[in-house]
Write a new protein. Structure first.
Length: 311
């Protein structure tokens, strides 16, 4: 065995041991699990940024074997999820891809893992985890309603509101999964990439938030969806109504991002200090309908170009 192979094996073993410790914390220490799970991808990012995809997947296979031995079988999906995400991130770093492309690809991999877990639980275990989640929520709320009713309170309106909220939540579940996955990936990148950089791995940097501008086509998609919601009345619960509802929410969130980006752009243009920028960002999130309108105006009327022209 040559020196290069020995180094790969040694580094792989150290990183697997580090991953195993993180997995144990994530599985058995609830208070620390929120933090430790965000570092689960780190060993795979480091290894796949240095070595080939084949060697990275061999490391993942070894990590899954170790996970099955030291923890429960229920931890395997967690190991597979963060392992594949880490490998994709590391491989794209090695290939010199942009941070935005890494973000998109990793988000898609995480969503694919979530869908895989759902399919496996449905086919092999014959358990619909989404249905069980909503059943558990409804049972919990029914107990709360019964308790409130025993004290003489009228819960009719509250029950109606709750039913409407559950229906809305079920309808928007695809969008919630996508944006939750994107948020997790963003946190993983923010936390782990500086560490990877300290290990002398060349990690790309995000472009400044103020420079983020959505493609012009997004505003046309948004307008088309808005027109459809105004002129049509799709049957409640139909695939068409679910698709339109999810598209509308997703595009509105993108417009809010565009609006926040414009706030950062304008603050930079006026050379305001970071404290003011943070306050404006908080207000932008709290007043999201106005921020969304600002994003629409910025994207539709090329507001930044006009301001730069007049500055």
């Amino acid at each position: 065995m040559n020196q290069s192979s020995t180094r790969k094996l040694t580094e792989g073993a150290i990183l697997i041991a580090f991953f195993a410790v993180l997995l144990l914390i994530s599985t058995y220490v609830p208070l620390l699990s929120i933090v430790s799970t965000l570092f689960l991808a780190l060993p795979f990012i480091v290894y796949s940024a240095r070595y080939s995809l084949r060697e990275s997947f061999l490391m993942l296979a070894a990590a899954l074997g170790v996970s099955a031995i030291i923890s429960t079988l229920l931890s395997l999906p967690l190991a597979l999820m963060y392992g594949t995400v880490g490998i994709v991130m590391g491989w794209m770093i090695q290939k010199g891809k942009s941070k935005f492309n890494i973000f998109i690809a990793s988000t898609l991999v995480l969503i694919a893992n979530i869908l895989l877990m759902f399919v496996v639980s449905l086919v092999l275990l014959e358990q619909n985890i989404v249905e069980q989640f909503f059943t558990l929520m409804n049972e919990s709320m029914e107990n709360s309603f019964a308790l409130a009713a025993s004290f003489g309170q009228d819960v009719t309106q509250i029950r109606t509101d709750w039913t409407s909220a559950v229906v809305l939540f079920e309808s928007l579940l695809p969008t919630l999964i996508v944006f939750s996955a994107a948020s997790v990936i963003l946190f993983i990148m923010i936390i782990n990439f500086p560490i990877v950089r300290r290990l002398k791995i060349d990690v790309p940097k995000f472009q400044p938030f103020r420079e983020i501008v959505l493609p012009k086509s997004v505003i046309w998609y948004y307008l088309i969806v808005l027109i459809i919601t105004l002129v049509s009345e799709p049957e409640a619960g139909s695939m068409f109504s679910l698709a339109i509802a999810n598209l509308q929410i997703a595009l509105e969130l993108l417009m809010i991002v565009q609006g926040l980006s414009f706030i950062h752009f304008y603050s930079h243009l006026k050379k305001w200090n970071k404290g003011i920028i943070i306050l404006l960002t908080i207000f932008g999130l709290l007043l999201s309908p106005f921020t969304r309108i600002l994003g629409i105006i910025d994207l539709g009327f090329d507001l930044r170009h006009r301001l730069l022209k007049n500055s």
